[in-house]
Design a protein around this ligand. Structure first.
Ligand code: GDP
Length: 324
């Protein structure tokens, strides 16, 4: 399909075109990359803006249950919801945390929902670009809310936080009064911590855990750009569909506050700048993988090992060759 035709179809809300467009941005073939870059810049002019919500949590915390309940609630409010998954560490059969369609069964049947599994490639840099471009495509296609899900491991959270307007961390109720090994850096990224499974026997533990996190969040870095009450911890039950509306109200309150104060656009601008830098870095690294570059690295490396060149001198020579 012609890139302009595809861009028009995506903007017109054609789901099949959107799925094909995402397949195109996921491809690592050089000719596909060129087309994908063109496609993404063409849809960038759609002028549409979704709320991009990053969602993280360790396996078993209830992410898919939450996305299903939360997504259904949003659809009930008349909103269109896209779900994208980032799973750079995936080695599972099928290679995807969302590959299994039985996850989010109700949501996947909804016309107002679009669920896209994580591509199986495992290189973080590539995953970042593909996800970011898929987000732009969903935004251009007119989705109101884009949930970007990631598992709570490795660097994927930082990456998702860098492409989301809000970052939500899902936590399970803790047995004791300890904060469950959640890394400080991840807590610092969270705008809202949702302690899930606040139902039945787990409710008291969830309430305690929520209080613990609320306390911990108060001690963390103050955010002068946000209202006093953020970041905040709340208890929800994805299964009982409890607290979801309240969580959404808080998310929209924070997003609206940031919009009114210019922080929303500023954050997006900073993110765009960040991804520009990342793309350049990735591009330079990719140049090192080209056959001539590898041969030159090998030859210069040997010279260095043999004491015929200093490491600095050889590196300068290598960089000179790359610049040509
Ligand atoms: P994920 O791995 O983070 O996507 O977690 P799942 O959504 O697959 O949920 C893992 C398990 O926790 C499943 O058995 C769910 O039924 C259960 N679960 C999810 N949300 C809740 C909840 O709100 N309350 C309770 N009690 N169980 C839940």
């Amino acid at each position: 399909m012609d890139v302009q035709v595809m861009a028009d179809a995506v903007i017109a809300g054609d789901r099949r075109a959107l799925a094909r467009a995402i397949t195109l941005v996921e491809s690592s073939r050089a000719d596909h990359r060129t087309e994908a870059a063109e496609l993404v810049s063409r849809v960038a002019g759609s002028g549409r803006q979704a709320l991009r919500i990053g969602l993280s949590g360790t396996p078993g915390v209830g992410k898919s249950t939450f996305i299903e309940s939360f997504g259904m609630m949003l659809i009930g409010l008349g909103l269109r919801v896209a779900v994208l998954a980032v799973d750079p560490s995936s080695t599972r059969s099928g290679g995807s945390i969302l590959g299994d369609k039985t996850r989010m069964e109700r949501l996947s049947r909804e016309r107002a929902a679009f669920i896209r599994p994580s591509p199986s490639q495992s290189q973080l840099g590539g995953v970042a670009r593909r996800t970011r471009e898929a987000v732009s495509l969903c935004e251009a296609a007119g989705f109101d809310v884009i949930l970007i899900e990631t598992v709570g491991v490795g660097q994927s959270e930082t990456m998702v936080a860098e492409m989301a307007d809000l970052f939500v961390l899902l936590i399970a109720p803790a047995g004791g009064d300890e904060l469950q090994g959640v890394k400080r850096g991840i807590m610092e990224m969270a705008d809202i911590i949702l302690v899930n499974k606040a139902d039945g026997d787990l409710k008291p533990a969830a309430t305690r855990t929520m209080a613990d996190y609320a306390g911990a969040l108060r001690l963390l870095r103050k955010r002068p750009q946000d209202p006093e009450s953020f970041p905040k911890a709340m208890a929800v039950s994805a299964l009982a569909e409890d607290g979801l509306q309240k969580a959404w109200d808080e998310m929209t309150a924070l997003a609206n506050w940031r919009k009114e104060n210019g922080h929303f656009e500023r954050r997006r601008a900073e993110q765009a700048r960040h991804w520009f830098g990342e793309e350049v870095r990735q591009g330079l690294l990719a140049q090192l993988e080209a056959p001539e570059a590898r041969a030159a690295m090998q030859a210069l490396g040997q010279d260095v090992a043999a004491g015929q060149r200093t490491p600095t001198d050889a590196a300068l020579e290598m960089l000179r060759q790359l610049a040509h």
